[in-house]
Design a protein around this ligand. Structure first.
Ligand code: ATP
Ligand code: MG
Length: 413
């Protein structure tokens, strides 16, 4: 099998993270046979700038094949992406169900969970950063494409929330991973599938989002409930407000975005005023926005607890103020209002303010404290997020740069 060349296939995948770098080679770090013709493989992609990314691929071997999921040919054998092979993914789910140990791989079913092992699988989200397989609308199996060392916060926090029976998450049913050089690597997780659900972003930006306030309130209640469970399960403590961290981010973005320059001093001033304050920190979502919540026919669910993309795992797992998540959601209301205006649905400040109020009131009803009671700290987290957005927009979507800038202008006034 040594002659199979993965590079061409790898660089065509949506989840390939090496665009903009020069790929110099791909080699196999781990290969575990799951069945006679399916291997679970970890590939190291090496780049000219000395960086490496590790990817997970399930390889199905066959004697022929010309379909869209062919990876390459090795002598008489054709390698396929086996996540598109129902027999292979059913086998993967069965391994979780049995809490199997296969060589260095450990599969784990959550206590009391029942897995739909005979259900028909279909791949969704091939266009995302991971590949997810849905089993009969009962379970969704997210296979991580990038393998990174350390505890995976999505599994970690979903496990706590499921064990506490929090009703606002997709219940964790199982997971699997391995260990390399003493470091854990999470490779996939199975959660309950939320049938008939709509993504928050879609709800907020389409016609149905015109009277979004009742939804925003329920969303505030759900987020507060998730925060309360995480605090209870994993603790909370007062810490100095991280003025230095926010200031460092501000300075680095301002150096690259001239339009932000005039706001740099007043924003820094806002952070400095909070430097003596204490904030209560705990484990949080870390990257909360309308794209990370699902409205089921019954309730709101919070998904994807992976934290801020692009940050190292240690930082993504660091305790933070729950107001960080609140600010993320409020910034996303601002973007949704903009999107609504683009599509003629009506938005603007009024829409944002009505939903901000409703969200905070819902949050307060569950948390016992209104996020707006700490207006200066909340504004600082909103500024931090808007600064990050300004950096992102300036680089990738300059026509959207006015959105965060307008909010910054309003927040520092
Ligand atoms: P992205 O790269 O977009 O962040 P991801 O690979 O991290 O994607 P998720 O964000 O967890 O994957 O999920 C992607 C999409 O799959 C969600 O937006 C949602 O539409 C759907 N989805 C995820 N979990 C569930 C679930 N439990 N029930 C129903 N649909 C779900
Ligand atoms: Mg996501």
């Amino acid at each position: 099998m040594a002659s199979l060349d993965y590079s061409e296939w790898l660089t065509r995948q949506r989840w390939y993270a090496g665009r903009g770098r020069v790929l110099t080679g791909v080699h196999t770090t781990l290969s575990v046979p799951l069945t006679g013709d399916v291997d679970l493989v970890l590939l190291d992609a090496n780049y000219a700038d000395a960086t490496t990314d590790r990817y997970q691929v399930l390889i199905g071997w066959a004697s022929t094949g010309t379909d869209a999921h062919v990876i390459g040919v090795d002598g008489a054998h054709v390698a396929h992406d086996a996540l598109f092979d129902p027999t292979a993914t059913q086998h993967l789910l069965a391994l979780v169900d049995r809490s199997a140990v296969v060589d260095q791989l450990r599969f784990e079913r959550e206590p009391g969970a029942s897995l739909p092992v005979t259900a028909a699988p279909r791949v969704i989200g091939a266009e995302q950063s991971n590949t997810s397989v849905v089993f009969d609308d009962r379970a969704i199996f997210k296979v991580f494409r990038r393998a990174t060392p350390g505890i995976n916060p999505d599994i970690e926090l979903n496990r706590e929330l499921a064990r506490a029976n929090n009703p606002h998450v997709a219940k964790l049913l199982g997971s699997y991973g391995t260990e390399i050089d003493g470091e854990p690597y999470a490779l996939g997780m199975v959660t309950e599938f939320a049938g008939g659900s709509t993504e928050g972003w879609e709800m907020a930006t389409t016609d149905a989002g015109t009277d979004f306030a009742a939804e925003a309130r329920a969303l505030g209640e759900a987020v507060a409930s998730v925060h309360a469970t995480l605090a209870e399960a994993l603790g909370q403590a007062p810490e100095p407000f991280p003025a230095d961290v926010l200031t460092a981010r501000l300075r680095s973005v301002a150096a690259a975005v001239p339009a932000l320059e005039p706001y740099a001093a007043p924003i820094e001033e806002r952070y400095r005023k909070l430097a003596e304050d204490r904030v209560v920190v705990q484990r949080v979502h870390g990257d909360l926005h309308l794209g990370q919540v699902l409205r089921t026919p019954e309730t709101w669910l919070v998904i994807d607890f992976e934290g801020e993309p692009g940050q190292p795992l240690s930082e993504r797992r660091a305790p933070d103020s729950p107001l960080r998540d609140v600010a993320g959601m409020l910034r996303s209301f601002d973007y949704a209002a903009h999107q609504r205006q683009l599509s003629g649905g009506g938005g603007g400040r009024e829409w944002v303010e009505a939903n901000t109020s409703a969200f905070c009131a819902g949050y307060a009803a569950v948390a016992g404290a209104d996020p707006r009671d700490e207006a200066d700290v909340l504004a600082a987290y909103e500024l931090d997020k808007a600064v990050y957005e300004a950096g992102y927009e300036a680089r990738y979507r300059p026509s959207w740069l006015p959105i965060p800038l307008a909010s910054i202008e309003r927040l520092v006034r």
